[in-house]
Design a protein around this ligand. Structure first.
Ligand code: GRF
Length: 216
């Protein structure tokens, strides 16, 4: 079976994109990154991707009269690159319902909280404000409502009494960089399916996979 062809959508730094690129360059990786696409020509991640030899494309959202035409332009680029799965990695544009429906169960996102807690922006500040003892990150299939959809994998990060938004964000980001490649690998190995809007993961557990169930 060929490797799963992945397109990554970014708007900025692209550190999760880097983690995905690194994991896909490992020998025997079941997925390959065929396109990095950004709505923002200044996204720092584009330079890293180009250096890694990955085709990049900028579709500037401001050049389009509305979201629908912007999304259609992205869709064309993704399809012409042969993309089979989209990974959103810090992509800061809301997607139309049409785009989300066209890529249903073939588009995943990473979010820096234990969803469904703290969807949206400023997650770490809100987690600190709420006084939660644990936070973390979530990889999920994308549905029309922001930061919703069947959860594929989560990693838990304890909140320390002395934590600031910056320190907490840094520890969560470390886990993001482990979790996103893991979730992608599970999908690329054909081990993830959606049943009644829940994901079911099959197959043998590798030493890394307790991340899927930190209590187990
Ligand atoms: C990450 O925290 C990710 O969870 C969120 O946006 C941030 C993107 O960071 N969706 P990077 O561009 O991957 O470094």
């Amino acid at each position: 079976m060929g490797r799963l062809k992945v397109g990554i959508l970014i708007s900025g730094r692209g550190s999760n994109m880097q983690a995905l690129i690194r994991s896909c360059s490992a020998p025997g990786a079941p997925a390959e990154i065929v396109l990095v696409l950004s709505n923002n020509a200044d996204a720092a991640g584009l330079g890293y991707a180009a250096q890694a030899g990955i085709p990049t494309k900028v579709v500037p959202h401001r050049a389009f009269p509305d979201r629908a035409s912007f999304d259609r332009a992205m869709d064309r680029e993704l399809r012409s690159a042969g993309v089979e799965l989209i990974c959103l990695a810090g992509f800061m544009r809301l997607l139309t319902d049409e785009f989300v429906a066209a890529w249903r169960d073939r588009m995943i996102n990473i979010h820096p909280s234990l969803l469904p807690a703290f969807p949206g922006l400023d997650t770490h500040a809100r987690a600190l404000e709420a006084g939660v003892r644990f936070t973390g990150c979530t990889v999920h299939f994308v549905r029309p409502d922001m930061d919703t959809g069947p959860i594929i994998a989560q990693a838990v990060v304890p909140v320390r009494p002395e934590d600031t938004e910056t320190s907490l964000a840094a520890r969560v980001l470390e886990q993001e960089h482990r979790l996103y490649p893991l979730a992608l690998r599970l999908i690329a190995e054909g081990r993830v399916r959606v049943e009644d809007e829940r994901t079911v993961v099959s197959g043998a557990q590798s030493p890394e996979e307790p991340l899927l169930n930190p209590a187990g």
